[in-house]
Design a protein around this ligand. Structure first.
Ligand code: G4P
Length: 282
């Protein structure tokens, strides 16, 4: 999904989330474990206020294990409930459910005191495009999910999905706009495919990605493409990748476009290995 975010569009999105917020007990704020900072919406805290929330680091299967640990510890340190998941393979869902129960305990107890037993936890998923919202909804609803249909007196357009974990999930996620605050954030979003608008041409983007990976995860490139990294410029590394993949055009020159597409595609699919692109800034 590709959305151009205009101020009017942002305002509408914000209003629609604010309208749905009172219907749910908890929010799952989905971010990309490879770029936890860049993939957070800039005004999410303001939108959510005091609503219980879990920061869900998705695509943890594509991020480095040490990176996942560092981010998990970071969010714990600043008192933000965090769950590390891989929505595609339904991993980490138990932890997410456990945290959801914990964070909604008081509310559930209050209901029980009023005689409402086993009331499901109502949740809403929010996140920027491509972060895995639909995948998580599918994964949760596969857990013996049933659509519960419209709730009379609530709102006609909302559908809820009941999961076996005792969750009722709003079936339409809130799509938030990404940050566009600086060059690095834009690059991170483009590397991971969160923004598909060309912020840079493909070749420059791939070159920048090679620069980033070779600085922090050189062995991943070495292993994937069978090339040497040490002492080489990013351009040379990119050319060696092109040669190793037979991306050549007439006269034996490198086909840079084809090479760039391979690098970006394989990175996004996790084929260059588990890579975290940013770390806490503190
Ligand atoms: P969205 O609703 O937030 O926009 O995201 P969506 O679920 O459509 O997921 C976007 C892409 O990310 C999908 O790939 C999906 O399979 C993948 N994805 C979601 N969660 C995970 C995860 O935990 N791990 C991995 N490895 N991938 C995940 P796609 O169908 O190939 O779409 P696209 O990349 O071609 O857009």
């Amino acid at each position: 999904m590709n959305i151009n975010w205009y101020p009017g569009h942002m305002k509408k999105t914000r209003e629609s989330i604010l309208k749905n917020l009172p219907l749910v007990d908890i929010v799952f704020e989905l971010i990309d474990a490879r770029i936890p900072y860049s993939s957070r919406n800039p005004i999410i805290d303001e939108i959510l206020g005091e609503k219980p929330r879990i920061i869900v680091l998705n695509k943890s299967d594509l991020a480095s294990e040490s990176g996942n640990k560092i981010w998990e510890e970071y969010f714990n340190r600043i008192n933000k409930a965090t769950a590390l998941i891989d929505a595609l393979n339904s991993k980490g869902i138990e932890q997410l459910m456990k945290l959801s129960l914990k964070l909604t305990e008081q509310k559930r107890e209050a209901y029980e005191r009023r005689g409402v037993i086993n009331r499901p936890i109502r949740a809403m998923i929010l996140g920027i495009p491509n972060v895995g919202k639909s995948t998580l909804i599918n994964s949760l609803s596969k857990r013996k999910g049933t659509k519960t249909g419209n709730k009379p007196g609530v709102t006609r357009s909302n559908q809820w999905i009941r999961t076996k974990d005792g969750l009722e999930l709003l079936d339409t996620p809130g799509i938030l706009w990404p940050k566009f605050e600086d060059k690095d954030v834009g690059l991170n979003l483009a590397f991971t495919g969160a923004i598909k608008d060309e912020i840079l041409d493909t070749e420059t983007l791939a070159l920048k990605l090679v620069e980033r990976i070779s600085a922090s995860f050189p062995n991943n490139l070495k292993d994937r493409y069978g090339i040497e990294i040490e002492g080489k410029t990013s351009l040379k590394i990119m050319e060696d990748i092109g040669i190793s993949r037979g991306c050549l055009i007439k006269g034996g020159n490198i086909d840079y476009t084809k090479t760039s597409n391979i690098i970006l595609d394989e990175f996004r699919k996790g084929q260059i290995g588990k890579i975290t692109l940013e770390f806490p800034r503190e």
